[in-house]
Design a protein around this ligand. Structure first.
Ligand code: XIL
Length: 400
């Protein structure tokens, strides 16, 4: 156990890693994180969710559906299911609640896979997030919707389709889903304007589509937290995207659209080789705080919905990369958790063995990204300790 603390600490400013916790406290927090013993076989109460719970912070992860026994990030894989059980208090389906998964055609819904995931989450006593009622990005909508013939009254037909979708999904899961990414990624990151889809063309404006999605969600899931979710991030280059998201959030308030929280996906990335991670954190913090201040000033809560950290700017050596990813993630989380409006933190998967980072934005040297709390052998990495430490260092949230 101490070896991992030392390993992380070696590459970090000691105060930043240990914060105010004592070394014994850190050792307790890292319970089960030794190099030779996986955390999921560890002492009860030492999972990330349990650590967060003492601060009213909920921790969770994305998970997937796969046939039982398949080596996948699924509850049907006993090794991964054990990790989910030990670490998470909340779960979200990586793909299985999206239109592409639920809507094979305009007239059919296929809930089989997501139903199984929701049932498992409920059986395990895990809260469930709904991702997503509308990914307003044609690249990720079903082909049939992108090519849809809206007929003689396109506006009415688009409204009918969207309302039917939101109502059917929210009604099916009722209070089992406490928080929805109602709309995902509606802002074009380069232009800062709203993306167009077949729905927005039929309805005449993207705002009308998004507003309708939120109003319908509120009407049919009045219990649920309604989230606008996007990937504007704290790295340089996201300025337009952040500006576009602020404009959208302001527009929601002006029009009275029922949106409770901003989902900050938090697909972080260390791009700059040669710049120490602590310096990146320092450099990126002021603009990011400015953005978050503006968001909370409009009355929005914050949710970290899809945390992971790409390491393309770090050298190949695994220990160096793991220490850098841990430091960067901890710096980010500590900034985020300084906002009491943030209570839920979800990673986009738990282990480097699975998931989208194996193919998305790969490292120039072709090595697999080490961007999640557990490695390809499902062993805990310094990133897990960094999340635990950020939770331990956070002020308790007001109970919700
Ligand atoms: C990704 C999944 O992880 C991939 O398996 C899939 O091919 C594409 O979508 N932002 C989101 C998530 O909101 O839904 C995306 O998930 C990752 C980026």
């Amino acid at each position: 156990m101490m070896s991992e603390v030392a390993q992380v600490d070696g590459a970090l400013n000691r105060r930043m890693l240990l914060g105010t916790a004592s070394a014994a406290g850190v050792a307790a927090l890292l319970g089960g994180c030794s190099a030779d013993r996986p955390a999921y076989a560890s002492v009860p109460g030492t999972g990330l969710h349990a650590i967060g719970a003492s601060r009213n912070i909920r921790f969770g992860s994305a998970f997937a559906w796969a046939p039982p026994g398949e080596d996948a990030a699924s509850f049907g894989n006993p090794a991964y299911a054990a990790l989910l059980q030990a670490e998470c208090g909340m779960l979200v389906a990586e793909n299985q609640m999206k239109w592409q998964a639920l809507r094979p055609s305009p007239t059919q819904f296929d809930f089989a896979r997501f139903d199984a995931m929701a049932a498992w989450a409920q059986q395990q006593g895990k809260a469930l997030r709904g991702h997503t009622l509308l990914w307003h990005y044609d690249r990720w909508l079903p082909d049939w919707l992108n090519a849809y013939d809206y007929g003689a009254r396109p506006e009415a037909e688009a409204e009918r389709l969207l309302v039917e979708h939101v109502r059917t999904v929210t009604a099916r899961y009722g209070t089992r889903i406490a928080s929805y990414d109602v709309v995902n990624e509606a802002v074009d990151p380069d232009a800062g304007t709203l993306r167009r889809t077949s729905l927005s063309r039929a309805m005449g404006s993207a705002e009308a589509v998004l507003d309708l999605a939120f109003h319908t969600a509120r009407a049919h899931a009045p219990h649920a937290e309604l989230v606008y979710n996007d990937y504007m991030s704290w790295e340089a280059g996201n300025e337009r995207h952040r500006e576009g998201v602020l404009q959208l959030l302001q527009g929601f308030r002006t029009r009275g659209t029922p949106v409770d929280a901003l989902g900050v996906q938090s697909h972080l990335a260390i791009f700059d080789s040669g710049v120490p991670v602590a310096e990146l954190v320092e450099r990126q913090s002021p603009a990011w705080r400015g953005f978050l201040d503006a968001v909370v000033a409009m009355g929005y809560r914050l949710v970290i919905t899809e945390l992971d950290t790409r390491d393309r700017g770090l050298p190949a050596d695994s220990a160096t990369r793991d220490a850098g990813v841990a430091a960067y993630t901890q710096g980010y989380l500590e900034l985020m958790l300084s906002y009491p409006q943030l209570t839920d933190v979800l990673t986009w998967g738990l282990a480097d063995r699975y998931g989208w980072l194996r193919t998305f934005d790969q490292r120039p040297d072709g090595l697999p990204t080490r961007g999640l709390p557990y490695d390809a052998d499902l062993r805990p990495k310094p990133m897990r300790a960094a999340i635990a430490q950020a939770f331990a260092n956070a002020a308790p949230r007001p109970a919700r």
